[in-house]
Write a protein that binds this ligand. Structure first.
Ligand code: HEM
Length: 120
C-alpha cells in the first residue's frame, strides 16, 4: 500500500521509472498501461482512438507490447502519436536488451560520431 506516486524513482533526466510489476497492475480498461521498447505508456485515453481498436491494446494491458507493436509495422505517424502517452521508462533492471538500446528514436544519447560521412 505504499504505492502513491510520491516516491516513484526517476532517472537523472527526471524521467519516471517503473518496474514491470508496477505496469502489470495497470491492466484494466480504466487504467491501461503498456510497455513498448522499455518505455511505459498510459494508453487509457487512447483506447477509443486507436485505429487498430481497443481490444488489441487491452490484450496487451500491463504487458510488454513491443513485439505486437512492431509486428503491425506502425507508421511514423503512429510512433509520433505515442509520445503524449509516455509516462516513463522501465527501471534499468527490468529493461530488455533491445537491439536499438543505444539508438532510440528519441534523440537522446546521440553518439555524434559521423565524422566519416563526408569524405573529401
Ligand atoms: C501508444 C501506442 C500505439 C499507438 C499510438 C498506435 C497507433 C496506431 C495507428 C496510428 C494506427 C494506424 C496505422 C498506422 O499509422 O500505422 C494503428 C494501427 C494498428 N495498431 Fe496501433 N498503436 C499503438 C499500439 C498498438 C499495440 C500495442 C498494438 C498491438 C497489440 C497495436 C495494434 C495495431 C493494429 C493491429 C493496427 C492495424 C489496424 C488495421 O490495419 O486495420 N497498436 N495503431
Amino acid at each position: 500500500m505504499a504505492t502513491k506516486d510520491s516516491s516513484s524513482a526517476a532517472d537523472t533526466a527526471g524521467t519516471k521509472l517503473f518496474t514491470r510489476a508496477e505496469v502489470a497492475e495497470r491492466n484494466s480498461n480504466t487504467e491501461t498501461w503498456i510497455i513498448i521498447h522499455n518505455k511505459v505508456y498510459n494508453v487509457t485515453a487512447f483506447l477509443n482512438e486507436h485505429p487498430g481498436g481497443e481490444e488489441v491494446l487491452l490484450e496487451q494491458a500491463g504487458k510488454d507490447a513491443t513485439e505486437a507493436f512492431e509486428d503491425v509495422g506502425h507508421s511514423t505517424d503512429a510512433r509520433n502519436m505515442m509520445k503524449p502517452y509516455k509516462v516513463g521508462k522501465l527501471v534499468e533492471a527490468d529493461r530488455t536488451q533491445d537491439e536499438k538500446k543505444n539508438k532510440e528514436w528519441s534523440n537522446d544519447g546521440s553518439s555524434g560520431d559521423n565524422s566519416s560521412c563526408r569524405r573529401t
